[in-house]
Design a protein around this ligand. Structure first.
Ligand SMILES: [Zn+2]
Length: 332
């Protein structure tokens, strides 16, 4: 692929370190031990405690609202996404919800975690520093444990695209998992930014994980008036006012804004329930459109197939040998 004039982040699979390759090969992972953090909820502003706990094979990513009695498990699945305004919110059948899951989901995808229980004592995942990096750090501190079960990945077989106005999101077949994103803001600092990140060789951690969420000063005042964004501050978001970044230390990447959109897309795509072998492209996309894209994908059985990485041969004439290599890329 040649994206002329765009920032391309890609690496040769041949440069993959054996350790990284082995770590994410065909088996499912969980955490080695539980780990906890406490942070502020972006919208509600309250202190929230989060504990990541090891889970068995095929559990998936399961949130548990430990502050309530009874039905409190919520599977992080595209089918359970009930609200995509400002952040991604999931709900179980009894209407128990958890919000702002996308940065944690992104970190779990980026670290190759297939199975985990996420115990949380409030409505919202804490915002931490506004990026996925604190969650990546937590996962790395807990350690990654390989389980005796093979992964199943989603192979994109034909293009699927959703459009709303001038916004677009699509998935196309590819031998790796990559995310291309374009944003276009009527603002001097952000303006038009495009990036393509091929999720191989630790690119997620190096190029995406540290990108923070962002907002405009004038929007924050409106949000606050509506009782939202109460936990938001310069400690957990890049705040833009006119042609200035208000954060004292400036940006973490020159194009931090579009990289954060990539981070969100990786997290939202992980609600597919498996790693995706395919290319995502988003133009002015966001949580809502990525969820619509997954709904469109799963509604068309000819557009994708599961591939069990433990099987000798796979459907669609793709050999497992190729897919084992693909998975390294899928594992970011
Ligand atoms: Zn975000």
């Amino acid at each position: 692929m040649n994206y002329i004039g765009q920032d391309i982040i890609s690496s040769d699979l041949g440069q993959m370190s054996p350790i990284e390759g082995m770590k994410f090969l065909s088996k499912q992972n969980t955490l080695r031990r539980p780990i906890n953090c406490v942070g502020i909820a972006l919208h509600g502003g309250q202190k929230t405690s989060l504990t990541l706990r090891p889970a068995g094979a095929n559990t998936g990513i399961v949130f548990r609202r430990i502050d309530i009695v009874g039905s409190r498990e919520i599977l992080a699945s595209w089918e359970n996404v009930v609200d995509t305004r400002m952040c991604t919110t999931i709900s179980n059948a009894d209407g128990v919800t958890v919000s702002t899951i996308e940065h944690l989901m992104s970190a779990l995808a980026g670290c190759g975690i297939d199975n985990v229980y996420i115990d949380i004592d409030g409505l919202e995942v804490p915002v931490m520093d506004g990026s996925a990096q604190p969650f990546v750090f937590l996962i790395e501190c807990a350690g990654v444990l390989e389980l005796d079960a093979y992964r199943r990945i989603i192979k994109i077989l034909k293009p699927v695209c959703v459009k709303v106005g001038n916004k677009m999101a699509e998935l196309t077949p590819s031998e790796t998992f990559s995310v291309t994103f374009e944003i276009d803001f009527d603002n001097e600092i952000i303006a038009n930014q495009t990036i393509c990140v091929n999720m191989v060789n630790g690119n997620f951690k190096k190029e995406v994980a540290r990108a923070r969420t962002f907002g405009f000063m004038h929007e924050i005042e409106t949000l606050r008036a509506a009782g939202l964004g109460l936990g938001g501050s310069l400690d957990n978001a890049v705040i833009v006012e006119g042609n200035k970044v208000l954060n004292e230390d400036g940006l973490r990447y020159n194009d931090e804004f579009v990289r954060h959109k990539v981070l969100d897309a990786v997290g939202d795509l992980y609600t597919a329930g498996s790693f995706i072998c395919g290319s995502y492209k988003g133009i002015r996309s966001g949580h809502a459109l990525t969820n619509s894209l997954l709904r469109a994908l799963f509604a068309d059985k000819t557009a994708w197939c599961y591939i069990d990485l433990g099987e000798e041969t796979t459907s669609g004439g793709v050999t497992n040998d190729n897919l084992t290599k693909d998975l390294i890329s899928v594992s970011l």
